[in-house]
Structures are given as structure tokens and as C-alpha cells.
Ligand binder design. Structure first.
Ligand code: ADP
Ligand code: PHD
Length: 489
């Protein structure tokens, strides 16, 4: 940890920093050496504006995908190929003149990575545990490079693998849960850490209680950030992305999508769970528990206010906040053969899914029938076949695949209006709605349509709720978002 020149933290007493933040940068913000330098300058600016940040980094660019591909290649072809990963990291160090320590750190990790993949290629075995170990190299390399960039810019910084701060998880490889014991541990380690230095911490990874490397699921660095924020009692967690915040729809699918100035924790979580790739689905939980606001910001456009996420919904009377979707979903209709009474039927159906460890996304019931969609992240075909076999003993079961779930994050107090308007749009477009459900949190209205109708349905709903005046931003503001921006300011 060597800083050139005066510490950026040294400033007159009158300008003492007041905002304790956790700032998370994803792969999209850390794609190249040039981007790392820009992010470094941004961190420097945030400090000069009075922030005391702890930084959480994801792997650079597409490194996690490249690591997974290298694992598959070693498994299937028996060869070790990590050229893209090696080149990205070593070239960055070279181009930015980050020095021998950073180079030696990265070469050491590349050596370990090569050994791991050699093991995979010899044994022709890639277990979930090894896959997590493999993926951890991305974040372990990025924090070392990022800390070196900050030091180069005169910002004292030190890298940390999250487990050295005390981040402990369950042993569920690929989708581990953060254990509560992590919070006091992280708090204690961070309490002893030099306030005049930026801790640059690996996102996405932790240690199981027996010391194995685990991952928190794809996009899990957002969760690391809110866990650290909650542990240290941060004033704010900032999640820096490549878009101007959470948008009214996935900007890749709907060109006229616009940023939403603010949403509640529940809305953000529902959006993430129902397909908006912008946030990790459980990242809001630690922030919500600790009451810490989260801000989504654009590292390519830092002056944009982004999206502010807090406990209450302060966005005025907006009928719908955003539209999101999940594709390639399976819909299952279960109709009772009346061997059981209503209560027995519902509980039997749900217990069959639970006992087979299958989690359900959406559900709609009548007295003797249930329609449900299965969470697509679980690719356990054996468990699904078993569950369907057991269900067929008490019911007629039909499967529809592929279908898509469209979710509208909507105003709880006006859900009937939302439903009526959604059906109006669907009727006008002649789109058949296969199922409709309002989530228990009541911020989410979900509908299932045929996969082929998805694109048309999403565009029509977005146009109806956000583009009616021809000017998307004006429509959003008319919906009350301006009031929200003022509240967040
Ligand atoms: N509703 C939405 N609002 C904003 N971005 C979205 C939404 N749905 C999907 N996205 C996508 O999420 C991307 C950002 O998430 P991600 O790539 O995981 O960022 P990072 O790697 O920085 O964590 C955006 O580039 C955008 O394409
Ligand atoms: N690198 C991991 C974790 C992560 O959070 O990434 P990102 O912040 O770039 O979505 C992944 O690709 O899943």
C-alpha cells in the first residue's frame, strides 16, 4: 500500500468527510485498463466530495464467463486455455504501469489457476466446489489490480479477499447464502482498518464454515456490497453500473426505456427476482434490514442521479414503475381429480414441490386447480419428473413450455386499475394471457404469456404505461417520478 504524494483524505477540518459509503463496481465498469483508470479517478472524486468509501469489485469485464468456459474446456477437451484472462490482466498492469508487486500478485494467481485447470483436465472432473474455486480468480485478480490503480493515483488502498474480512457463507456452492455471523466479524475487522485507506474487497465470493471458497450466485457482488454496508453501518451503498439506474424496462429489449428515479427495496427485489438483470435478487435484504439506502449509478455518466432505493415508496402516484420479464419458463397446470378435498389438495400439491426441492415462481389457484411456474434457475430435471409423477396420482397435469412471465412493478394501492389496464393492452394486441397473479408483496403484478408473444407484449405495455405522450421522460414525470427525484435529492 503505497501512495504517491499527499493522501487524498487529508483536507481542512471544515471539509471533514461525512458520508460512509460502500461503492460497488461491476464487470461492466471494469472492462479494460482504461476503464479502471476512469473508475480510479471517480473514486478519487467521490473522496474529494466527502465520501469515506469501501470499494467492492466484481471480476473485470467478462472474466467470470471466461473462467467458466476455461473450466468446461479443461473438462471436455482436457486442455488448459486461459489466454484471454491472462492477457486482459497482464496487459492492464503493463499499460497502466502498475508495478512489480501487482504483476507478481497476478502471476501468482494465474499460476494457481493453471494448476487448478490442469487438475480438472487430468481428472476430467469439475465439481461444484471446484467451479466456485475457479470463478473466485476473477474477483481475486480484479481487487489486486484495482488497489494498485488507486495507489498509483495517490489514493491509499489495500485489497482484501472477502473472507479475510470475515464473510462466511453456507456451503451451497454456486448459490451460497451469507451467514449472519459475517456481520459482526466484518464490523470488527473494518473497525480496526485504517480510515485513511480504501479497502478494495472482492465481491461475489466467501468462505464456507469449513474454509472452502463459495460464490453467491451470478451477479453476487451486489450482495457483498450490501452485506458490507449493513455490517459497517454505511450511510449509503452505491452500485455503479453501465446504465443510468434501474430503467422502466431492460434497455436492450425496449429502446425507449428510461431510468426510474426511485423505488422501494421491495420493488427493486421483485424487479431483480423477476428478470431485471441489473441487481442480484437478494442484494436488497441486508440493506433493508439495516435501513441503508442503495443508489444505482452509472460509472460512464457519474453526474446522472441514477436510482435511489429506500424503505418507502416515495414516487408519488405512478401506476406502474417498471416492466420486466423472464423467458423460457415452464407453466404447469394441476387440476384435481377430486380424490382430495380443497385443503388437502392444495397442501398436497405444494408439499410435493417442497419435498422435491423445487421452488415455485408464480402461482394462481382456484378451488380444484393450480397453475404455477417453476423457478428456471433450478435445472434439476430428475426432481421435476419425480414431482410430476407424484402429482399425476392426484391430478391431471399439463405442461406448457416455453412461456414467459411479465412482471409489472405497480402501485399497491391501485392494483385493480393496473389489472384492468393490462388486460386492455393485452386485448388490443390480441395476446392471450395464460395466467395472472399478484405477488404477496403486492408490488408485483405478474402475467404469463406464450414466449412468441413476449416481445410484442412488453413493448405494448411499456408504450402504454410510459410512452403515451410520445415523450417517455415526460410521461414518467407526469406519473409522479419528479416528486420522487425531489424526495431523493
Ligand atoms: N430494468 C433494467 N434497468 C436497467 N438495466 C437493466 C434492466 N434490466 C436489465 N438490465 C441490464 O443490466 C445491465 C447491468 O447489469 P450488469 O451487467 O450485471 O452490471 P454489472 O456487471 O456492472 O454489475 C445493463 O447493462 C442492462 O442491460
Ligand atoms: N463476477 C460475477 C459476480 C458479479 O457480481 O458480477 P457483475 O457485478 O459484473 O454482475 C459474475 O459475473 O456473476
Amino acid at each position: 500500500m503505497a501512495a504517491d504524494g499527499d493522501s487524498v483524505f487529508a483536507r481542512p477540518a471544515s471539509q471533514k468527510p461525512t458520508l460512509r459509503t460502500v461503492i460497488k463496481f461491476g464487470g461492466s465498469s471494469l472492462a479494460t485498463g482504461e476503464r479502471l483508470m476512469e473508475v480510479g479517478q471517480l473514486v478519487k472524486m467521490l473522496i474529494s466530495q466527502g465520501q469515506r468509501p469501501t470499494m467492492v469489485c466484481s471480476a473485470m469485464g467478462k472474466t467470470t464467463n471466461n473462467l467458466l468456459s476455461a473450466g468446461t474446456f479443461a473438462l471436455e477437451e482436457g486442455k488448459v486455455y486461459i489466454d484471454a484472462i491472462r492477457t486482459l490482466h497482464l496487459t492492464t498492469i503493463e499499460e497502466l504501469g502498475l508495478g512489480d508487486t501487482a504483476r507478481a500478485d497476478i502471476e501468482g494467481l494465474l499460476h494457481d489457476l493453471t494448476e487448478l485447470l490442469t487438475g480438472v483436465s487430468c481428472l476430467r472432473e469439475l465439481t461444484p466446489r471446484t467451479r466456485d474455486h475457479l470463478q473466485s480468480f476473477g474477483e481475486r485478480m480484479s481487487v489486486r489490480v484495482m488497489a494498485a490503480v488507486l495507489n498509483k493515483l495517490g489514493v491509499p488502498a489495500q485489497h482484501f479477499d472477502a473472507w479475510t474480512l470475515g464473510l462466511r457463507t453456507t456451503g451451497e456452492f454456486g448459490n451460497a447464502d451469507v451467514l449472519d455471523e459475517s456481520y459482526p466479524r466484518i464490523k470488527e475487522v473494518m473497525r480496526r482498518f485504517d480510515d485513511n485507506c480504501v479497502a478494495v474487497v472482492t465481491g461475489f465470493i466467501g468462505h464456507s464454515p469449513d474454509g472452502k471458497i463459495t460464490t453467491l450466485g451470478r451477479g453476487g457482488s451486489d450482495l457483498t456490497a450490501t452485506v458490507i454496508g449493513a455490517a459497517v453501518g454505511a450511510d449509503e451503498v452505491q452500485v455503479w453500473k453501465d446504465v443510468d439506474g434501474m430503467m422502466t424496462a431492460d434497455p436492450r429489449a425496449v429502446k425507449r426505456a428510461v431510468p426510474v428515479p426511485c423505488v422501494s427495496y421491495e420493488e427493486a427485489a421483485e424487479l431483480a427476482y423477476f428478470g431485471a438483470k441489473i441487481l442480484h435478487p437478494v442484494a436488497m435484504r441486508p440493506a433493508q434490514r439495516a435501513g441503508i439506502p442503495v443508489r444505482i449509478k452509472n460509472s460512464y455518466n457519474p453526474s446522472h442521479p441514477g436510482t435511489f432505493i429506500t424503505g418507502s415508496r416515495v414516487c408519488g402516484e405512478a401506476l406502474v414503475t417498471a416492466v420486466t420479464f423472464k423467458e423460457g419458463v415452464e407453466l404447469i397446470d394441476v387440476v384435481s381429480t377430486r380424490m382430495l378435498g380443497q385443503v388437502g389438495f392444495l397442501s398436497k400439491v405444494f408439499s410435493i414441490f417442497a419435498l422435491n426441492n423445487l421452488s415455485i415462481d408464480m402461482v394462481a389457484t382456484s378451488e380444484v386447480s393450480i397453475s404455477l411456474t417453476l423457478d428456471q434457475s433450478q435445472r434439476n430435471f430428475d426432481a421435476k419428473s419425480r414431482a410430476l409423477r407424484e402429482l399425476s396420482e392426484i391430478a391431471d397435469v399439463t405442461e406448457k413450455f416455453p412461456v414467459a412471465i411479465i412482471s409489472l412493478i405497480a402501485n399497491v394501492n391501485r392494483s385493480s386499475e393496473v389489472m384492468a389496464e393490462v388486460f386492455g393492452v393485452m386485448r388490443a394486441e390480441s395476446i392471450h394471457v395464460l395466467m395472472l397473479s399478484q405477488g404477496a408483496s403486492k408490488v408485483n403484478v405478474g402475467l404469463v404469456v406464450q414466449q412468441d408473444d413476449l416481445d410484442r407484449a412488453v413493448k405494448a405495455l411499456h408504450a402504454y404505461f410510459f410512452e403515451r405522450d410520445g415523450d417517455v421522460q415526460a410521461a414518467l414525470e407526469a406519473n409522479g417520478a419528479a416528486a420522487c427525484a425531489a424526495a431523493a435529492a
